[in-house]
Design a protein around this ligand. Sequence first.
Ligand code: NAD
Ligand code: UD1
Length: 346
Amino acid sequence: MKILITGGAGYIGSHACVELLNAGYEIVIVDNLSNSKPEVLNRVRQLTGKDFKFYPANLLDITTLDAIFSENQIDAVIHFAGLKSVGESVTLPLWYYNNNITGTLRLCEVMKKYGVKKIVFSSSATVYGIPESVPISEECSLGATNPYGRTKQMIEEIFRDLNVSDPEWSVALLRYFNPIGAHNSGRIGEDPNGIPNNLLPYISQVAVGKQNELKVFGNDYPTKDGTGVRDYLHVVDLAIGHIRALEKVLRSTGVEAYNLGTGIGYSVLEMIDAFEKVSGRKIPYRIIERRPGDIGICYANPLKAKNELDWAAVKGIEEMCEDLWRWQSNNPNGYDTEVLVSAKIL
Ligand code: NAD
Ligand code: UD1
């Protein structure tokens, strides 16, 4: 069984590649490395002892996409490739719409041409916008509040229309909550460009001294301690969720959305506390005003994934923080570490 992984060099994609290879799938990766480094591919090979083809290409390049499908007998696609920064999407909406939506349209065109109609898509809990109530179930109304989120919502609609036009299409729309952590080898993990936007990458950079202090965005939300509450899930649990979703799309047709989260919400202060305990490092922080556009509380009802995919997150926040800390402390400069070390030796 050969699976095309778009965005397989990225944070979640690389963890999914490890789980897929370990589960016996053959994979082919396409990634333009716009937000990832080629070193991750070496590490996926080292961790699994398995090899795979890599196409360093943009999804917008339909000629290369066509070549990928003609050179490989692809059975299904897991589609991670996309730009994901909310703030950047507000400043550069056309870039986001073009990359995420046109990229997906080109992928679907080529899939259609080669008769490949099975796909697992990286959607996001961001499609729910300001949640009507928590826990959030898949039936809750959608209302993304920024261009990034709207690309996800529009792509979900594109897949639904595709299935109406041809009911053989089989699509899992995976709405991730807040993936954190890293592979427990400490060899692959999240390597954000520049200053991290998200909480846990920021906390871990404070712990290694790359940032001075964490700014906590508001402590006046109607939550247990006033700080924002989110549903953090281990990236390896999330990666395994893709295998369950892949199995589902391979045996059925139709379009289904699934929340992938733990169903448990933790506040910013609880996450600081958990990270301090496992790392033994103090995380200095300062409360500042709310981040514009932030919501107070967001966590999943993950029962549909449990019932229909036989998937549930099993790793708790301690393990998430331990694995993140191992990755961050072993690789303080992300995937550049080895390059810097060898440059020093030379
Ligand atoms: P990431 O940026 O680490 O990975 C995305 C990969 O896609 C990168 O390697 C990038 O180089 C590649 N890419 C982007 N545009 C491309 C294009 N046009 N052609 C080829 N490759 C392209 O992000 P991630 O955190 O691994 O997220 C994976 C997917 O999950 C994204 O679609 C993201 O929107 C979605 N998602 C992520 C989160 C999160 O918190 N990380 C939450 C919800 C949804
Ligand atoms: C972000 C994205 C969202 C995406 C989600 C999962 C934004 C505005 N939203 O949301 O689209 O689906 O990640 O990847 O970027 N916090 C701080 N200080 C920080 C960083 C964060 O206090 O330096 C707080 C936030 O206010 C929030 C919590 O930590 O309460 C989590 O923030 P973050 O990691 O950015 O995730 P989301 O807000 O869920």
